[in-house]
Design a protein around this ligand. Sequence first.
Ligand code: MN
Ligand code: MN
Length: 474
Amino acid sequence: MPKTNYKDLEKKLTMQKRNAWEVWDEKTKQSAFKFSEGYKKFLNKSKTEREAVSSSIELARQSGFKDMAAVKSLKAGDKVYAVNRDKNLFLAKIGKKPLGRGFNMVMPHIDSPHLDLKVVPLYEDESLAFLKTHYYGGIKKYQWPTIALALHGQVYLENGKKVEINIGEKDSDPIFMITDLLPHIDRHGAPGAKVELRDVQGEDLNLVVGSIPVKDEKVKEKVKLAILEYLWNEYGMKEIDLASAELHAVPCEKARDLGFDRSLISAFGQDDLICAYAALMSIIESKVGEKTQILAMVDREEIGSAGNTGANSYYLETFVSDLSELVDGEDDLDHVYKIFAKSQAISADVTAGLDPDYKDAFDVRNACRLGFGLAIEKYTGHGGKYSTSEASGKFLRGLITLYNKNKDIIYQLAGGMGKIDKGGGGTIAKYLANRNMEVIDAGVPLFNMHAPLEISSKADLYCAYLAYKTFIEN
Ligand code: MN
Ligand code: MN
C-alpha cells in the first residue's frame, strides 16, 4: 500500500479561510483598488435612499439602460430601469430565454441607519435653537453626539413646490451637531470616580441649529424665530413645512481610504451601499445571459422592510409583471408567481466582520473576516433561527461550485451573526423566500456596522462585484 501524503490529504479535505490579498496576483489587486475609487464617489453622492436612486440611475443611463416606461417591447440584450416613488430602483438585462423560465436577481437595500427630523422638530431652550430627531434603524445612540452632521432631503411647500436641501457637505457649508457633557462633571459615584458612559437616550439626539435671537422684546422665542426667518428667506418654508419635510441628518464625513496600505474604506452608509454598488456595477458590466438579470434596490430594510418601498412591497410583483408583459406578452399575477418559483436571488447585505477587539461576541469558526472575500451566509436571524429564511443545501452547493470556477472570487461561508443567543440580525432574504424563490444571503463584512462611519475592505467589495456578476450571468 502506498503511504498516504497527509499534507495533500489536508489540502484536499479541509476548508481554509483565504485572505484575498494573499491569493490575488498584483493585477487583480490593482483592479480591486481601481474599483473602489468609483465606489467612494458613489458613496459621497448617495447619503440617502433618494440620492442612491438618482446616482445609480445616472450610472445605469450612461451604460445604456433605458426607462422601462418608455419601452414598447423587450428582447434579449435590452437594458431597462424602473423607479418606484424615488426610493426603489429596479434594473433588468433581458436574457435569451423567456422570462417564464425564471430570472437571476440581486437585491441590496439602499437605506442606512441615520437620524430623521421629528414632525415638530424646532424648539428653543436657553437661547439656543435645536431640531429634535428620531433615529431610523438600529443605532448605538452614544455614537452620534459630537460629530459633524449634514442635513439632506426635501421639503414640500404650500405652493406645491419641492425644495431640495443639502447643507453640510461643502467645506464652506455650516454643519449641525448633537452635544455631549464634558467629562469633568459627568462622574458617577464618589469624587474622582471614573468617567462612565452616559446612557444617551433617543430624546437627547437634538441638533444645535442656531444661537442669534431676533431683536424684539415682545417675541418670546427669539432664536427659534430667527431660524424660522432664515428658513423663510432661504427656502420659503414655514414651521408647518417641517412637518411634511423628509430630512435626514447624516455624517458630513466623506468616504476615505483607511490604513497605511489604503486597503480599507471608512464611510457612512456602507450598510448597504457597498453591496448596492457592487450589484449595480455587476449588472452594468455583465454579459447577456440565458436568464434575465435583475437588480432590485430596496428601501426600509433597516426598520423591517415594511412600507411601499420596502422588500415586502408588492412593487416587486408589479415590476416583474410589467417586465413579463414586455418580454413574454403575459402579465397576470399567476404567471408572475410561476416566474418567482423558477427564479433565484442573492439577498445582498453586509454582515459583521470578526473584530479582534471584540472577539468574545463571535463564534470565530463561523465568523467572517475583513479581506477574506464575499460572506455567504446560509441563514441569518437570531436565537433558534427565528425570523429568517435558510438557503437550501442544493442552492448553496451550486453557488460554491460556480464560484470555485473563478480563482479571483474569494468567499467565506458562515451562518448567523455573532454567538448564538447574543443577538443577531435579519435581511430581506425571507421576503423573497416567501415568494417561493431560491434565495441566499451574500455580502460584505464590515466593522462598526450602523455607526456613523463603517469600515470595509476593498478586497471584499471587489469580490462581491465579481461574485454578483458571475451569479446573474449563469
Ligand atoms: Mn443591511
Ligand atoms: Mn443594517
